[in-house]
Design a protein around this ligand. Sequence first.
Ligand SMILES: NC(=O)c1ccc[n+]([C@@H]2O[C@H](COP(=O)([O-])OP(=O)(O)OC[C@H]3O[C@@H](n4cnc5c(N)ncnc54)[C@H](O)[C@@H]3O)[C@@H](O)[C@H]2O)c1
Ligand SMILES: CC(C)[C@H](C(=O)O)[C@@H](O)C(=O)O
Ligand SMILES: [Mg+2]
Length: 364
Amino acid sequence: MKKIAVLPGDGIGPEIMAEAVKVLNALDLPLTLEWADVGGKAYETSGHPLPPATLKLAQEADAVLFGAVGDWKYDKLERSLRPEQAILGLRKALGLFANLRPAICYEQLTHASSLKPELVAGLDILIIRELTGDIYFGQPRGRRTAVDGHFPGADEAFDTMRYSRPEIERITHVAFQAARKRNKRLTSVDKANVLETSQLWKDVVTEVHASYPDVELDHMYVDNAAMQLVKAPKKFDVVVTGNMFGDILSDEAAMLTGSIGMLPSASLDANNKGLYEPSHGSAPDIAGKGIANPLATILSAAMMLKFSLNLPEAAARIEAAVQSVLAEGLRTADIWSEGTSKVSTVEMGDAVVKAITTTKTIKS
Ligand SMILES: NC(=O)c1ccc[n+]([C@@H]2O[C@H](COP(=O)([O-])OP(=O)(O)OC[C@H]3O[C@@H](n4cnc5c(N)ncnc54)[C@H](O)[C@@H]3O)[C@@H](O)[C@H]2O)c1
Ligand SMILES: CC(C)[C@H](C(=O)O)[C@@H](O)C(=O)O
Ligand SMILES: [Mg+2]
């Protein structure tokens, strides 16, 4: 029996997680699910966004299924107590350096994208974001009084962008190996024309390329990459980039697929132990309304079955069920368009479960 830590979190987190759990239960797999509080919810109940019991459960589990954390009402808390520290703390404590964010535009959602249908039809790109380094974790950081610069004596804040060679090497290997299993094209995104961390990034990626001569590599500055993603997204296959650029580009890529509510993610350590979460946040603006799209979380559960639990057939059944509900015309509000049927979060989860059980009946 494999153990899954289920951490719903805040905002729409519990709503979307309930649907993903429903889908997992429908598959009748040898899994034990254990719940724990995380984020703002955990701060309310135990004074910390990532309480020791939650971290312990995540460390002991075979995989973690994560909803989302955060709410504007915590923005005034000291940084170490803010909900977002829970996800950052989990990534760091579990060594989840490789973040895989596939952006697939399902045929039925071609018209839900804000881009012209011909630009996104058939889109299938994979963004690989380094997740435990960069300006997110670099020290020192803080506040101080400026002693130089444009305004000496003024309040100033500073963060440190840093990357070491081994950190870049390991994510680059993940990216080349992923590209090898796909269309054998890798784009490394940096800002080497300005940043020293990016120059090291580019040098190391180029060196590692020597071990993957069958994969075509190109380098692109991040500003141009942001533009190319909306100009000609299908030219990309696999994109590898640092933590900060990857955060921004993956949200941008989400819109190519129709909605951020469609974008799952896997965050993996060196042994493919992982945390699985939708790429979106807690969406406080729509929380409690029953309208959030649960498909990113459901598809994240599928990634969990594939990458950490070695259950690729079960994962494929979820993916097929998602395709089938989209083909039926069912849409949550974020992906709704004229001529399709608008459904709630729960109705979408129910439909995926129904599609799974129907396939089971047909097969047996
Ligand atoms: N990993 C995480 O837990 C995570 C990720 C991103 C943001 N956050 C946090 O979430 C909070 C809100 O941040 P934000 O508004 O910038 O980003 P967000 O991703 O929560 O929301 C951005 C927009 O997308 C919509 N959206 C997001 N998920 C959706 C879904 N499943 N279905 C339909 N619409 C959806 C929201 O309604 C909103 O309009 C903040 O506290 C932020 O720090 C957490
Ligand atoms: C909530 C925040 C810390 C997080 C990030 O910046 O990594 C989120 O935006 C994401 O993309 O998972
Ligand atoms: Mg983000």
